[in-house]
Design a protein around this ligand. Structure first.
Ligand code: FMN
Length: 170
């Protein structure tokens, strides 16, 4: 798909049905992760790390730990975006949730351009999800979101709304 940023922003929707078993080449996974890592971050601390889950068994465990991740059943993989508050200690913050949010949105938009669908599933600050995911993934960083990635098997229409009541000009 050839599209510019403006088109990708407007086309993106959360996708919850994917073509089961569709392969995602390693170079595309790396492109998604690179886009995430190019996000801005407070004092350029890049307070994130990523766990790429391809294993069906681990995806099942994620679905059991987070009640709103049923789309992982058909997703090709899950990318768990984890915060690293330790990288901001004594420097700034804590801005890591914002930084990770920017990384996630970059990943979502890169996926649109590559023809993949995604769904952002929030974990932090729901601490029971965070703690369950730390165990499943064997990490000490803070799982902020599970991002489902796959080839879309549904095409929700672009939303296309602009709400002037949420904007104040001074
Ligand atoms: C912080 C955050 C947490 C979310 N958590 C979930 C989730 O757990 N499960 C899910 O299916 N969608 C989740 N979503 C997706 C939203 O439901 C979705 O973005 C919203 O309804 C707007 O739809 P759109 O993404 O298609 O524009 C989450 C989105 C954000 C930003």
């Amino acid at each position: 798909m050839d599209m510019n940023t403006s088109e990708a922003i407007r086309a993106r929707r959360s996708i919850r049905k994917y073509q089961p078993g569709a392969p995602i080449p390693a170079k595309h996974v790396q492109q998604l992760l690179e886009a995430a890592m190019l996000a801005p971050s407070a004092v350029n601390s890049r307070p994130w790390e990523f766990v790429v889950v391809e294993s069906s068994a681990v995806k099942e465990q994620l679905m059991a730990a987070h009640p709103y991740t049923g789309m992982l059943k058909t997703a090709s993989l899950a990318i768990v975006v984890c915060g690293r508050p330790d990288l901001q200690e004594g420097k700034c913050g804590p801005f890591w949730p914002q930084d990770c949010g920017a990384a996630i949105e970059n990943l979502l938009l890169q996926a649109v351009e590559l023809g993949y669908g995604t769904c952002w599933c929030g974990c932090y600050p729901a601490m029971e999800r965070v703690e369950a995911l730390q165990k499943i993934l064997d990490v000490t960083s803070v799982p902020l979101a599970i991002v489902a990635v796959g080839v879309p098997d549904e095409q929700p229409a672009p939303r296309g709304f602009y709400d002037p009541s949420r904007v104040k000009y001074l």
